[in-house]
Design a binder for this molecule. Structure first.
Ligand code: ADP
Ligand code: MG
Length: 605
């Protein structure tokens, strides 16, 4: 272990680290004042020329910990005209490569002419090759694509002086061990290496022992990771009530954006589709989603066009979106490491975040295991009841009233109300206002009370523990069964007594415009696939989509919002069931319209 701690003041600032002026200026502009613990220890070690290993959880600021010293080594004498590659950062995923490259660029704003390039699979070679030929100083990439470029002769490591392995454990888990070895083999012997990993399993230790020279070993204890700004809670939720519970949690959450984690891809798809059906602005990313689509979804999450992302651990790896205020563990993860990674998606950039884990009555042991490992206790909370949801919506509605009054143009409604309340007492006026509020939040009356009673029953059941049904669901879970644990039947069971989709105001989908899509039964298309494409590619919400009729070779869908040319174009190029959608306004040819399969509204409106 390094002795650097003792040489540092107790509350170091970035100015204590004696960074080159250009980097200090960038750090100031980014609003970083105090280095995180890993930065306080890694930056001086790297600046002094040492190799390091850094073990730290997600969200602890590892990118700057290596990015700043990397630029100090490279940026000061970057030969801009010839610009050969002097630093190489390896990351496990394309998303991470892009994020790390972005971050390094943000530290390099005062190093004019310094060029950073990210290279990764799934993208065409030519633009990457052209950029490499034109001169790049820092390459950030996935091991596979870096190897490909080396083999094609478009990337030489001869001038590399600084080599970083980011998220090394993940890199090995993804099968990159061999590529990493080859890359080390081709890099010059005289080079500085920084290896970062969330964990230090034997395989990583071997890599460090083989390729690093007398490294300074830095471990940031769990307590000093940023987990302290995340409020961690759990709720006991029987398996078959998970979707309903999630909908109510989302309906009462004030978070800007939410990530929902599931254990399997299939579950992610199911939960995402269930949310969209209920009018939540949600999308799913799993390992299957094409990279381009994944980037688009992440970008929409970042920009606020999307509020809820459903993901598996692998798919959400490295996701860095400041708007995420809530992480829901729809399925509690098997390992404590995964738990820490997941909740690290919130509480980014100095913000506070919330993490809520659904724990089935029989998963209490798993919860205890996580609590022991992270050395923190999660607070038990109750899932919001249907009444809580109505109250939350009503409160928001009342908060919006003042603004709406100021906006004006209320004459029409005033006149109508004046007529109704001509001889009414205060009580009647209050009743009228209450009914309006109930309508506005989608509370239809007595049915709602039944929901509340059903909810109380569920809650009692959850407290009681084992029931036949939860037992059945649990057994599947423990067997590591990879089939979805919440197929449609389960969801239906929840829907019967659950909230209707959240609606702002009393919006009911109108008939809208009929569009024709070039996929049908013969291609094996499901309404879910169409809804997915329209929401993901088209940016529509469940509420924009009306009836979907699937025919042999095509489908018809009602869309209630107008689609601009760019949206039409995006949807047209989207693939569902292996076919491009080629969306077009339906011209009508009724004689062909005999659905060969079920007619199924995609949205219960
Ligand atoms: P990790 O790679 O350890 O998961 P990142 O490097 O992605 O963490 O940093 C997490 C977040 O914290 C980013 O949004 C980053 O901008 C921010 N951050 C990093 N270092 C600091 C700092 N010293 N002060 C304030 N914010 C920081
Ligand atoms: Mg990172």
């Amino acid at each position: 272990m390094s002795t650097l701690d003792s040489t540092l003041p107790t509350e170091p600032t970035f100015s204590d680290l004696a960074l080159p002026a250009a980097l200090q200026a960038a750090v100031d502009e980014l609003g970083f004042t105090t280095p995180s613990p890993i930065q306080a220890r890694a930056i001086p070690a790297l600046l002094s020329g040492r190799d390091i290993t850094g073990v730290a959880q997600t969200g602890t600021g590892k990118t700057a910990a290596f990015g700043i010293p990397l630029l100090a080594a490279v940026g000061t004498d970057a030969d801009v005209t010839r610009g050969h590659v002097q630093a190489l950062v390896l990351t496990p995923t394309r998303e991470l490569a892009m994020q790390v490259a972005d971050a390094i660029e943000s530290f390099a704003t005062h190093l004019p002419g310094l060029r950073v390039l990210s290279v990764y699979g799934g993208a065409p070679y030519v633009p990457q090759q052209r950029a490499l030929r034109d001169g790049v100083h820092v390459v950030v990439g996935t091991p596979g694509r870096v190897m490909d470029h080396m083999e094609r002769g478009s990337l030489s490591l001869d001038g590399v002086r600084f080599l970083v392995l980011d998220e090394a454990d993940e890199m090995l888990r993804m099968g990159f061990a061999e590529d990493v070895e080859k890359i080390f083999g081709q890099a010059p012997a005289r080079r500085q290496v920084a290896l970062f990993s969330a964990t230090m399993p034997p395989a990583i230790r071997t890599v460090a022992e083989t390729h690093l020279t007398d490294p300074v070993e830095i471990t940031v204890s769990r307590q000093s990771s940023t987990v302290t700004n995340i409020d961690q809670s759990y709720a006991i939720v029987p398996f078959r009530h998970k979707v309903g519970s999630l909908v109510r949690v989302l309906a009462t959450s004030d978070a800007d954006a939410t990530i929902v984690f599931t254990r399997t891809r299939a579950a992610a798809e199911e939960v995402g589709a269930a949310l969209v059906e209920r009018g939540v602005s949600a999308a799913t990313i799993s390992g299957d989603v094409a990279q381009k689509e994944r980037e688009r979804i992440v970008e929409r999450l970042r920009s606020g066009a999307l509020d809820v992302l459903v993901a598996t651990d692998v798919a959400a790896r490295g996701l860095d979106v400041d708007r995420i205020g809530l992480v829901v563990n729809f399925d509690i993860p098997r390992e404590a490491e995964a738990y820490v990674h997941r909740i690290g998606r919130t509480g980014r950039a100095g913000r506070t975040g919330r993490a809520l884990s659904f724990v089935t009555p029989h998963e209490r042991g798993k919860l205890k295991h996580i609590e022991r490992t992270i050395r923190a206790e999660l607070t038990e909370i109750e899932i919001p009841s249907p009444k809580d949801v109505s109250e939350h919506r009503a409160r928001r509605m009342l908060d919006a009233v003042a603004t709406r009054r100021e906006t004006g143009r209320l004459e029409l409604y005033r006149a109508m109300l004046a007529e109704r309340t001509a001889d009414a007492g205060t009580d009647e006026v209050l009743d009228l206002a209450a009914a309006l509020l109930a309508l506005a939040v989608g509370d239809d009356g007595p049915r709602q009370r039944a929901e509340q009673e059903e909810f109380e029953r569920q809650r009692a059941e959850a407290r009681g523990g084992r029931t036949r049904e939860t037992h059945r669901a649990e057994r599947g879970d423990r067997d590591g069964d990879r089939t979805p644990r919440h197929p449609r039947a389960d969801r239906r069971g929840v829907r019967d007594h659950d909230e209707r989709p959240a609606r702002q105001g009393v919006r009911r989908p109108a008939a809208g415009t009929r569009y024709r899509l070039a996929v049908g039964h013969t291609h094996g298309v499901q309404p879910r696939g169409i809804v997915g494409a329209l929401t993901n590619e088209g940016g529509l919400t469940g509420g924009d989509i009306g009836k979907i009729d699937i025919f042999g070779n095509f489908s018809l869908v009602d869309i209630t919002t107008p689609l601009d040319a760019a949206t039409m174009d995006r949807i047209a190029r989207a693939h569902v069931a292996g076919k491009q959608l080629r969306i077009a306004v339906d011209q009508g040819a009724p004689e062909r319209r005999t659905p060969r399969g079920e007619r199924r509204p995609a949205h219960a409106g």
